[in-house]
Design a protein around this ligand. Structure first.
Ligand code: PRP
Length: 193
């Protein structure tokens, strides 16, 4: 049984996890710090925070609540993994932005940068739309897995090269609702491969 901050989390969701990597309190404290940094850096810039669905939905929602300035949100949905555990490198746009970003200060919000293939595609794609500036804020940076060099201006935590789930991150659509981030036991995804 894995313990979260205040209570023992429901065993049904955590029996597949080996341990907690970032607790709910650690995540919330770091997200508040990132929110303060973005508030300072984007004063008077009316930034557009583009959440990349689905993984970033909790991070995006918590981050914007820690930003004390005028801003707007938008979302893109892309898929690069499907039901697999490693990136295929093929990015599909499932949902595009609702409006133009020309002349806007855009911040891409990601839950995790792994190989960097998704982000590399997104940055190149959004740059063609002529934003005033384009930066990336990612909760987790898994540097060891990188195959494409992409610049991440704001990083929550460096992430070990393990299969992590929770706080938006999934395996086969599950575990996104955990308020903490944990490591999935290898036998869980190995038996499905
Ligand atoms: C995950 C994650 C990033 C991407 C990172 O998305 O949210 O977008 O993979 O991997 P990369 O750096 O190797 O490209 P996924 O396609 O799993 O979809 P999801 O956000 O809906 O879980």
């Amino acid at each position: 049984m894995i313990e979260s901050d205040q209570n023992v989390w429901r065993g049904g969701l955590t029996q597949d996890l080996s341990h907690v990597l970032m607790s709910e309190a650690q995540i919330q404290s770091r997200v508040a710090e990132l929110g303060r940094a973005l508030t300072q850096d984007y004063q008077e810039k009316d930034p557009l925070l583009v959440g990349i669905l689905s993984g970033s939905f909790l991070f995006h929602a918590d981050l914007v609540r820690n930003m004390n300035l005028a801003m707007a949100v938008d979302f893109m949905a892309v898929s690069s993994y499907g039901d697999r555990t490693s990136s295929s490198g093929v990015v599909r746009i499932l949902k595009d932005l609702n409006s133009s970003i020309a002349g806007r200060h855009v911040i891409i919000i990601e839950d995790i940068v792994d190989t960097g293939l998704t982000l590399d595609y997104l940055v190149q794609n959004l740059q063609t739309r002529h934003p005033a500036s384009l930066k990336v804020c990612a909760l987790l940076d898994k540097k060891e897995a990188r195959v494409r060099d992409v610049e991440v201006a704001y990083v929550g935590f460096h992430c070990p090269n393990e299969f992590v789930v929770g706080y938006g991150l999934d395996y086969r659509g599950r575990y996104r609702n955990l308020p903490f981030i944990g490591v999935l036991k290898p036998e869980v995804y190995r038996k499905a491969e």
